[in-house]
Structures are given as structure tokens and as C-alpha cells.
Design a protein around this ligand. Structure first.
Ligand code: DX5
Ligand code: ZN
Length: 210
């Protein structure tokens, strides 16, 4: 069986004590999810590399670029040695080219689909992808409600791509993670659920169904 992984989104962490926040999840999480927002592609700003470079952790890092022109940022985020860079299909006209650019840096390439974006948008690049992330909220903010319509999309994708890493991001808690797992997802991003919990070990375990 595919390994279930949890990637806490530090967007919901207390940046005033970021190293403590990271330490509280480090032994239990499988990766760190880093949300970069540009105030154009999504109606919110988060942080760029000048802040992200202070995120110190041995966990694999996944950089979720919610930005137009993500190609302007691959080199700079490459300095963090991320395991994977995830770009939004809606933000780029030449998706295949972008995937190749990320891979040329020796970084895995993943694409992200907003809730209303169909699977057909990635049909012809599927074999080039290391991962597909299905957004289960409209990106831009933590703490939103899970959109259950995406479960069908996860299910269809799992049918087409039995071995692909399928990640879900947005409104993930114990209940919605179970639904996504049943639909075929194997990597879960969670921000408010994990960082809003007193016991982060338990929160992460509950997402894995342990
Ligand atoms: C949404 C971000 C998510 C977000 C998840 O724009 O991509 O990663 O931080 O937060 P929760 O788990 O609170 O929905
Ligand atoms: Zn994200």
C-alpha cells in the first residue's frame, strides 16, 4: 500500500516562534509545506524566499507557489533544497516548459489544480509529473471549509494514475482526510488543524488514520 504522508502547512504556525512550532511537528510529520502567495494569483500575500530561508528543518520541504510567473522564483527557492516545487496550472500558459525547468534544477515537479480546474488540464503532461496536488479549498487562506466536490476528482485521478502521489490541500482534518484517503489520495497538507491542536503528534496521527 502507498505510504500515507502528512505535510503540515506552516502558514498557520506562529511565526514569532517558528523554530518551536517546527520542533513540535518534526518527529511526526513527513514534510513541511511552504505556502508562497503573491497577492495576484491569490487574493492574499504570505512570504517569499527572504522569510522562507529561515525555515530550518531536516524535513523534506515542499514549496507551493501560488504566484503568477513562478519561473522567476525556481532558482531562488532551489537554495532551500526543496524536495518538490508545486506550481498552479492556472498560473502558467506553458505548463510542460515549467515542469522541465523545475526538473533541470534537480527538484521534483508537481502541479496544483484549483477546485474548479478539470483533470483534462494535465492529461498530456501526466507522465512528466512527480505529484499532483488537488486543492480542496480556493487557495489564498488557511482555515477554510473543505469542498467535497473534489473527492470525485481525486477518485478519477487515482483510476488514471494508480502509482502517482496524489496530495490534497485545504480544510483537511481527521474526517476529510479519511474521505480523501478513501478516494485515493496519499499525502495530506494541513495547517489550522495541526497548528490549532494542543497535541500535534495526535493530530498528525489522526490524519494518517492511526
Ligand atoms: C491555502 C494553502 C494551504 C493552507 C491550508 O491557500 O495552500 O496550504 O495553508 O490550510 P488549512 O489546513 O487551514 O486549510
Ligand atoms: Zn498549500
Amino acid at each position: 500500500m502507498r505510504k500515507i504522508q502528512v505535510a503540515p502547512s506552516i502558514l498557520s504556525a506562529d511565526f514569532g516562534k517558528l523554530s518551536e512550532e517546527i520542533a513540535s511537528i518534526e518527529a511526526y510529520a513527513d514534510a513541511l509545506h511552504i505556502d508562497v502567495m503573491d497577492g495576484h494569483f491569490v487574493p492574499n500575500l504570505s512570504f517569499g524566499y527572504p522569510v522562507a530561508k529561515w525555515i530550518k528543518s531536516d524535513l523534506p520541504k515542499e514549496v507551493h507557489l501560488m504566484v503568477y510567473h513562478p519561473e522567476n522564483y525556481y532558482d531562488v527557492f532551489a537554495k532551500m533544497n526543496p524536495e518538490i516545487i508545486l506550481i498552479q496550472v492556472e498560473a502558467v500558459p506553458h505548463l510542460h516548459r515549467q515542469i522541465q525547468k523545475i526538473k533541470e534544477l534537480g527538484i521534483k515537479a508537481g502541479v496544483v489544480l484549483n477546485p474548479a480546474t478539470p483533470l483534462s488540464s494535465i492529461e498530456y503532461v501526466l507522465e512528466d509529473l512527480d505529484r499532483v496536488l488537488i486543492m480542496s479549498v480556493n487557495p489564498g487562506f488557511g482555515g477554510q471549509k473543505f469542498i467535497s466536490g473534489v473527492l470525485q476528482k481525486i477518485k478519477k485521478l487515482r483510476e488514471i494514475a494508480p502509482d502517482l502521489d496524489i496530495e490534497v490541500d485545504g480544510g483537511i482534518n481527521e474526517e476529510t482526510a479519511a474521505l480523501c484517503k478513501e478516494a485515493g489520495a496519499n499525502i495530506f497538507v494541513a495547517g489550522s488543524y495541526i497548528f490549532g491542536s494542543e497535541n500535534r503528534a495526535n493530530a498528525i496521527a489522526s490524519l494518517k488514520g492511526e
